[in-house]
Design a protein around this ligand. Structure first.
Ligand code: AMP
Length: 175
């Protein structure tokens, strides 16, 4: 099964994606990790990605779409997977659509996002960068969800609960 865990930064999608991938024993693809790894390279591309990520902006649609398409091609068509971080815009879907069977959207209020991100304290979690990330992503996520409501099974999940409660709900949907 092809599963997308979507949500704004701080919604807990990565925590849930890791847990679910372990439980189902399927590959996990996290674009944030792939891009962070690329951003450590001392070449033009690495520096460009680092610049964008440092600002909390989105990396170019065509680049991310290409990375994901390649990754899935390498894994083979029939493999199920869990995706965390892609797509973030409809333009990315137009360039490459992983054709998810199920999409989970972890819903959370803006105030709770801020609380969680400041606690997490990653280098790109400063108030200014968080605000930028949120603004860019809220707008796009609405459109991405709209697309998948027509093209996949979409489940909205209340993400202001414990990790275990959310995990159990997601797991039950998949049975
Ligand atoms: P994440 O760990 O998913 O919050 O991603 C961290 C950062 O990686 C984001 O703020 C973006 O700069 C970049 N990124 C991850 N996935 C994508 C994507 N699908 N499109 C564009 N940028 C992305």
């Amino acid at each position: 099964m092809r599963i997308l865990l979507a949500g704004l930064p701080g919604s807990g999608k990565t925590t849930q994606a890791i847990k679910l991938a372990q439980e189902l024993n399927v590959p996990l693809i996290r674009t944030g990790d792939i891009l962070r790894e690329m951003s450590t390279k001392e070449d033009g591309l690495g520096r460009r990605i680092k610049d964008i990520m440092d600002k909390g902006a989105l990396v170019e649609d065509d680049l991310v779409a290409e990375i994901v398409e390649k990754k899935l091609a390498e894994m083979g068509k029939e493999t199920g997977f869990i995706m965390d971080g892609y797509p973030r815009t409809v333009e990315q879907i137009n360039r490459f659509d992983p054709e998810f069977d199920v999409v989970f959207y972890l819903q959370i209020s803006e105030q709770e996002i801020r609380n969680r991100l400041f606690k997490r304290g990653r280098f790109d979690d400063t108030p200014e960068i968080v605000n930028h990330r949120l603004k860019a992503q809220e707008e796009n996520m609405f459109d991405v969800l709209g697309y998948y409501k027509k093209n996949a099974q979409v489940h909205l999940i209340n993400a202001e609960r414990t990790i275990e409660e959310i995990h159990v709900e997601i797991y039950k949907f998949l049975q």
